[in-house]
Design a protein around this ligand. Structure first.
Ligand SMILES: *Cc1c(COP(=O)(O)O)cnc(C)c1O
Length: 453
């Protein structure tokens, strides 16, 4: 069977992002000030984020217009194709129809650019000169580096030290687009110096890198901080994925029974699934949405719903979320973008209200799925995206067992061409799964009870 691809024209790029908060039965709880532990005032965030992004963060409006300049830049690679994975279907001998939305075709190789561009745009418009951010494997840093170069902003990136040393190519990409990249923990911030004094060989974590990047922005009025996942405004920007996919599934004459995204902080998962979940919230339509998280960093399935910090040092607002605790140190899996301790507040509330299913994928199963996808569909997926593929394969096998035709849609959040060392390890048989005991999780989760009185 020939590959079926559903393509839209530039005019079909959405003109507004979808804010699911407007349709939620139980709205997310408010973020709290890290010092007073009282609900945050929007003005508390002014030193950290651009004003327009703070408005979006707290907005309850259903549709938020995409600025024309941003929409124009989306045209560099959007709309992205929706593809029927006929090769994969055949290999699985399944009655299921499997579709994927390919976000890997962006210039930076992932969905991250969908939010990097508007974030850089609103900061530029406000007269900000420089942005700071953190990055793990480098996907977000790379996207923001390109966005800053487009808008003429300076950028300082704190990159988790272990990735800085192991993934030199994304660092070179960021530097090619003009960003300054520092291995975190660094000696450039109080947060970094404190950690290095205690532990000079600390290899870093996303939580620590966030502390450094936030600290840098707080004391300089010309600098703002940006985040590539977790927050409401980031999730909002990513809904272009699902809004396009909604039109493309219509072209295919189907509505998905299952929508799947891999899960780090929740941005690509929310981006693909929220426009579909809307049909369930407002019209009661049957649909299952699945967050595919790594078994070694299972914040949704085994974390606790509590107020927690977004960073390690405790500089960010306290967010109500499913979390493994801000001191949780995830195993060194290859899906760097999924190694974060918490889930965004919107997804957390939806999961609490039983609108989100979760599947935990062991590392080796994710790479088996990634290789099968590469062999049947061509694209070598990012290690993060292989989790969504593994979950789609589980659903397709279940459809076969039950003899049912199910329609499955997943998001291919990125390609894996800069992650070939991970595939090398898998192919040589040296990859392993990580077991996490309940005691391990309790260590960093139990302390959270005392964070907010
Ligand atoms: C960053 C990243 C993720 C995880 O982040 P989310 O905010 O959960 O989407 C997943 N896939 C790729 C390719 C990434 O770069």
């Amino acid at each position: 069977m020939a590959t079926k691809k559903y393509l839209l024209s530039e005019n079909d790029i959405p003109t507004a992002w979808y804010n699911i908060v407007a349709d939620m039965v139980n709205k997310p709880l408010p973020p709290l000030h890290p010092g007073t532990k009282q609900p945050l005032n929007p003005s508390d965030l002014e030193p950290i984020f651009a004003t327009e992004l703070i408005k979006q963060e707290l907005s309850q409006e259903r549709w938020i217009e995409i600025p024309e300049e941003v929409r124009d830049l989306y045209k560099i690679w959007r709309p992205t194709p929706l593809v029927r994975a006929t090769g994969l279907e055949k290999a699985l001998d399944t009655p299921a129809h499997i579709y994927f939305k390919n976000e890997g075709i962006s210039p930076v190789g992932s969905h991250k650019l969908n939010s990097a561009l508007p974030q850089a745009y609103y900061n530029k418009k406000q007269g900000i000169k420089k942005l700071t951010t953190e990055t793990g494997a480098g996907q977000w840093g790379a996207a923001l580096a390109f966005a800053c170069s487009v808008f003429g902003l300076e950028l300082e990136v704190y990159m988790v030290k272990v990735s800085y040393n192991q993934k030199p190519y994304r660092r070179s990409m960021m530097q090619t687009w003009g960003a300054d990249v520092y291995a975190s923990p660094s000696d450039r911030t109080e947060s970094g110096r404190k950690i290095l004094a205690r532990d000079p060989d600390n290899s870093g974590s996303l939580g620590i890198a966030i502390s450094e990047a936030v600290e840098k922005s707080v004391f300089d009025p010309e600098i703002r901080y940006t985040l590539g996942s977790v927050l409401n405004h980031v999730i909002l920007h990513q809904t272009v994925i699902g809004l396009e996919a909604e039109k493309q599934m219509e072209m295919a004459g189907e509505f998905p029974d299952v929508v799947i995204g891999c899960f780090g902080g929740g941005s690509n998962f929310s981006g693909i699934s929220f426009p579909f979940l809307r049909h369930k919230l407002v019209a009661g339509k049957e649909i299952r949405i699945v967050a595919a998280e790594p078994a070694s960093c299972p914040k949704l399935s085994r974390g606790k719903f509590e107020y927690d910090f977004g960073d390690t040092v405790g500089l960010t607002p306290l967010l109500p979320m499913y979390t493994l605790g801000h001191d949780f140190q995830p195993a060194d899996i290859h899906a760097g973008g999924l190694r974060y301790h918490g889930a965004g507040t919107i997804v957390s509330q939806l999961h609490k209200d039983h609108f989100v299913d979760v599947e935990d994928i062991p590392q080796i199963e994710s790479f088996e799925a990634g290789q099968l996808f590469a062999k049947t569909e061509g694209t070598i997926p990012a290690p993060e995206s292989t989790h969504a593929i593994a979950s789609a394969i589980r659903a397709a096998k279940k459809a076969k067992e039950e003899g049912k035709q199910k329609t499955i849609l997943f998001n291919l959040s990125g390609h894996g061409l800069i992650d070939m060392s991970a595939y090398d390890q898998y192919l040589s048989g040296n990859m392993k799964n990580y077991q996490l005991s309940d005691e391990d999780i309790a260590k960093t989760v139990n302390v959270l009870e005392h964070l907010v009185p």
